[in-house]
Design a protein around this ligand. Structure first.
Ligand code: F6P
Length: 359
C-alpha cells in the first residue's frame, strides 16, 4: 500500500478542492492512503507536522466544487522560504521541512502550487530527497511554463467576467467608464481572457506597452459614452507609481471623461469551480496518480494540446523566462508570459479593442 502526501501552497484559487477530492478518490480506488499537510510549508515546518488523513468521508464530493483549500494554504507572517532567507535561516528551514516529510513516512508528495512553489521545489532538491515529488500547477495568473492551462484560471476568468457584466449595466446608466484592474502579477493572461469574453474597449497587459494619449483619445471619441477598460495589475505607466487602474482613471478624468477605478481583488480567486476547471483538476489528479504508479519523480502534470501528461520539472524550469525571485534572495523563478502571437490578441484587436502599441 502506498502512502502519499498532498499540500496546497502559494495563493489559493478555485479548483484546489476538486484536485484534493479527485486525488483522494483515485488513491482510495487503488487502496492507497492520503495524508494532507495543512497550511502549506507552515504545516510541514510545525512540530508535530500539521497533517490530516484524507478519505472520501473527510473530503466528501459535495465540497469538491468550493473555492479555497480544505487543507488551507498558510497564513501571513509565519516562517516560510521568504522570511527564512531574510533572516539567514534558509538551510535550517529546509532541513526542518525535510525532517517533517520524513516523519510522515510518505512514498510520494504531491505539491499543488504555482510557478513560485514549483521553482522553489526545483531549486531545493534536498528537501524532497526522501520522497518522490509530483507537482500539479494551479494559479489564476497562468504564469507556469509548459502547460496550456492551470487549475483555477478558468474560474478566475469567469469571476472577472461576471464582475464586468454587472458593472457594464451601471456604467450605461450613469454614462460612465470603468477601469477594472485584474490580478495576474506580471502576466496579462487573466485580463486578456476576461477582456475578450466581456468585449471590453481596451485590454492593457504588462507584455505590451500602451500609449496613454492614444487610450484617452479612443475613449473620448468612442461612439458609446460608457464602457470598460481592463488593465492588468502588472502594467506599469512610465513616470507614475501606484496602481495602474488609478493612474489611468486620473488621466481619463483629466480629459473630462467620467470614470471610476475598480479592484475586484480576491473575488478572482473565489467562486464555485467552473466545469472546465473541474475537468482540468480531475485530469491532473489522474495524471499525478498514474505518475506515482510509474514511480516518476520531479515531474509536473501539464495540459498540452488537450492531453494531460507529465513533464520533468527541469523542463518546466528550462522553458520559462528565468527571473530572480522578487521575494527570496538567491532563488530563481521560471515564468511564462502572454506570447505576442497569442491568437486572442488578434481577436481583440480585430474587434476594435485597444490592446496597446503592438507595432
Ligand atoms: O498569484 C496569485 C495572486 O492572486 C496574484 O494574482 C496577486 O498579485 C497575488 O496573488 C495577491 O496575493 P495576496 O493574496 O498575498 O495579496
Amino acid at each position: 500500500m502506498k502512502r502519499i502526501g498532498i499540500m496546497t501552497t502559494g495563493g489559493d484559487c478555485s479548483g484546489l478542492n476538486t484536485v484534493l477530492e479527485r486525488v483522494v478518490s483515485g488513491a482510495t480506488q487503488r487502496g492507497w492512503e492520503v495524508i494532507g499537510i495543512r497550511d502549506g510549508t507552515d504545516g510541514l515546518y510545525s512540530r508535530p507536522v500539521m497533517s490530516v488523513k484524507l478519505t472520501p468521508e473527510t473530503l466528501p464530493i459535495e465540497l469538491a466544487r468550493l473555492s479555497g483549500s480544505y487543507l488551507c494554504n498558510g497564513r501571513d507572517g509565519v516562517m516560510n522560504f521568504e522570511s527564512a532567507a531574510a533572516c539567514g535561516k534558509l538551510d535550517e528551514f529546509k532541513q526542518t521541512l525535510r525532517a517533517g516529510l520524513r516523519s510522515l513516512e510518505l512514498d510520494t508528495l504531491i505539491i499543488v502550487g504555482g510557478n513560485g512553489s514549483l521553482s522553489l521545489a526545483w531549486n531545493n532538491h534536498d528537501i524532497y530527497a526522501d520522497v518522490n515529488l509530483v507537482c500539479i500547477p494551479k494559479t489564476i495568473d497562468m504564469d507556469v511554463p509548459l502547460t496550456d492551462n492551470t487549475v483555477g484560471f478558468d474560474t478566475a476568468v469567469q469571476q472577472l467576467v461576471e464582475f464586468g457584466d454587472q458593472i457594464l449595466l451601471t456604467a450605461r446608466s450613469h454614462h460612465r467608464w470603468f477601469v477594472i484592474q485584474a490580478m495576474g502579477r506580471d502576466v496579462g493572461s487573466l485580463a486578456l481572457h476576461a477582456g475578450v469574453a466581456l468585449g471590453v474597449d481596451a485590454i492593457l497587459i504588462p507584455e505590451i506597452k500602451f500609449d496613454m494619449d492614444t487610450l484617452v483619445e479612443r475613449v473620448k471619441n468612442h461612439w458609446r459614452d460608457y464602457g470598460i477598460i481592463m488593465v492588468s495589475e502588472g502594467v506599469s505607466v512610465r513616470g507614475h507609481s501606484g496602481q495602474p487602474a488609478d493612474i489611468i482613471s486620473r488621466a481619463l478624468k483629466a480629459a473630462g471623461i467620467t470614470n471610476r477605478a475598480l479592484f475586484p481583488e480576491h473575488i478572482q480567486r473565489a467562486g464555485d469551480t467552473v466545469a472546465t476547471d473541474r475537468i482540468l483538476a480531475a485530469s491532473m489528479a489522474d495524471c499525478a496518480l498514474r505518475a506515482i504508479e510509474n514511480k516518476e519523480t520531479y515531474v509536473m502534470t501539464a495540459m498540452q494540446d488537450g492531453a494531460c501528461k507529465t513533464v520533468a520539472l527541469s523542463e518546466f524550469f528550462a522553458n520559462g523566462s528565468i527571473l530572480c525571485d522578487p521575494h527570496i534572495s538567491g532563488q530563481q523563478v521560471s515564468n511564462a508570459y502572454v506570447s505576442p502571437d497569442d491568437p486572442l490578441l488578434t481577436v481583440a484587436a480585430n474587434m476594435g479593442t485597444y490592446i496597446g502599441e503592438t507595432k
